[in-house]
Design a protein around this ligand. Structure first.
Ligand code: PMP
Ligand code: GLU
Length: 394
């Protein structure tokens, strides 16, 4: 069947593909360890599951308003005030099927053919492909490891043209684990305030920081807030990836456009899942601390173990649950031209899955998730070390 030019221009999500391959190998009985997970390994808290059960029993099993249940939009507005000190009215909040669909709908609602979107690289795999699907032009701004992969005002300025419509920022960052400080955000805001560039900030890893807490660029001043759309959701904060609830906060007109789009595509998010999100946002924010502390201990262990691998260097991540080591040297020492080939053979020979940096716009790196127990993580790193030792001996 002849497919559209648009769909032929996109690369499927590597994070999803590798995770599925590892899952399939496991189902076939192979002793695979997956370091490709992009989700918390915990189950959703019981009180959320119970709230969903009660809601479904009470008949909340129907279509809802396309922008989300009014009660959920209000719960999100309360969360934004409580956790971020940001004021949004319920009609400035839109609920979609996960942050991924929320982002897609934002691109759909704002970009015309040829509009440029600045995406700092390394980037999460879906930004560039989603922008392409709706006819926009992703413009990647490759950041430097010496600056912990963060966009600087100079780099930002160098990529702004008259066609620039939008900037996508992600902090805490997938795949690098970097977290922008308030001062770094202010420096970017100083450049953006003189423009009408829309700032989309993906804060899905908000609760997972291991140094300074996360700061939202929207909180810097009213002008920047008006230019910014915040994207977030319950996937990582409440271990709810499978429920598919995410949201956007920002300009009313855009929120209403997102609602119209939804009314003609998916109608609404599943009603029971929305009740789960209400329960999640009504939980005390401190309840996330237990998980954050576990991830911080895992981060420390993971960083220590990665630094023991020969020929591998890595920036110490400050958020999310990924390491993003430079692996080109080790790949070459092992006889491979690319990190992609190295990663494939580690999976084939040692049954450890992780994601090469090519999907993130930086092919000399790789992403290693530490969203799993330390013992299994350490076993995986031991296998990778063994692989390197065997290959470099030949
Ligand atoms: N943004 C980033 C940076 C992510 O890592 C993810 C995880 N898939 C998402 C957005 C989407 O999350 P979800 O659709 O599960 O809300
Ligand atoms: N965000 C996760 C990841 O980067 C989940 C997979 C995806 O949505 O791409 O692995």
């Amino acid at each position: 069947m002849e497919l559209s030019k648009k769909v032929k221009s996109i690369t499927p999500s590597q994070t999803i593909e590798i995770t599925n391959t590892a899952r399939q190998l496991k189902a076939e009985g192979v002793d695979v360890i997956s370091l490709s997970a992009g989700e918390p390994d915990f189950n959703t808290p019981d009180e959320i599951i119970e709230a969903v059960y009660e809601a479904a029993k009470a008949g909340h099993t129907k279509y809802t308003a396309s922008a989300g249940l009014p009660e959920l939009r209000e719960a999100i507005a309360r969360k934004m005030k409580r956790d971020n000190n940001l004021e949004y009215a319920a009609n400035e909040v839109y609920v979609g099927n996960g942050a991924k669909q929320v982002l897609y709908n934002i691109f759909m609602a704002t970009l015309d053919e040829g509009d440029e979107v600045i995406v700092p690289a390394p980037y999460w795999v879906s930004y560039t492909e989603q922008v392409k699907i709706v006819g926009g032009e992703p413009v990647t701004a490759v950041t430097s490891v010496d600056n912990q992969f963060k966009l600087t005002p100079e780099l930002l300025k160098a990529h702004i043209t008259e066609k620039t419509k939008m900037l996508v920022l992600n902090t805490p960052n997938n795949p690098t684990g970097s977290v922008y400080t308030k001062e770094e955000l202010q420096a970017l805001a100083d450049v953006l305030a003189d423009t009408d560039i829309i700032i989309v900030v993906d804060e899905i890893y908000e609760v997972l920081t291991y140094g300074e807490p996360q700061v939202s660029i929207a909180s810097l001043n009213d002008k920047i807030k008006a230019q910014t759309i915040i994207v977030n959701g319950v996937s990582k904060s409440h271990a709810m990836t499978g429920w598919r609830v995410g949201y956007a906060c920002g300009d009313k007109e855009l929120i209403s456009a997102l609602s119209s789009l939804t009314s003609q595509s998916t109608t609404s998010v599943a009603e029971p899942a929305q009740y789960g999100a209400i329960a999640a946002y009504d939980m005390a924010p401190e309840s996330a601390e237990k998980y954050r502390a576990i991830f911080e201990a895992r981060r420390d262990n993971a960083y220590e173990k990665i630094m023991e691998l020969p020929h591998v260097t890595c920036v110490k991540p400050e958020g999310a649950f990924y390491l993003f080591p430079y692996m080109q040297t080790v790949a070459e020492k092992c006889g491979y031209n690319t990190v992609d080939d190295f990663v494939k053979d580690v999976l084939r020979e040692k049954h450890v899955a992780f994601v090469p940096g090519s999907g993130f716009g930086t092919p000399e790196y790789a992403r290693i998730s530490y969203s799993l127990n330390e013992e299994t993580f350490n076993d995986a790193l031991r296998r990778i070390k063994e692989f390197i030792e065997e290959k470099t001996k030949i």
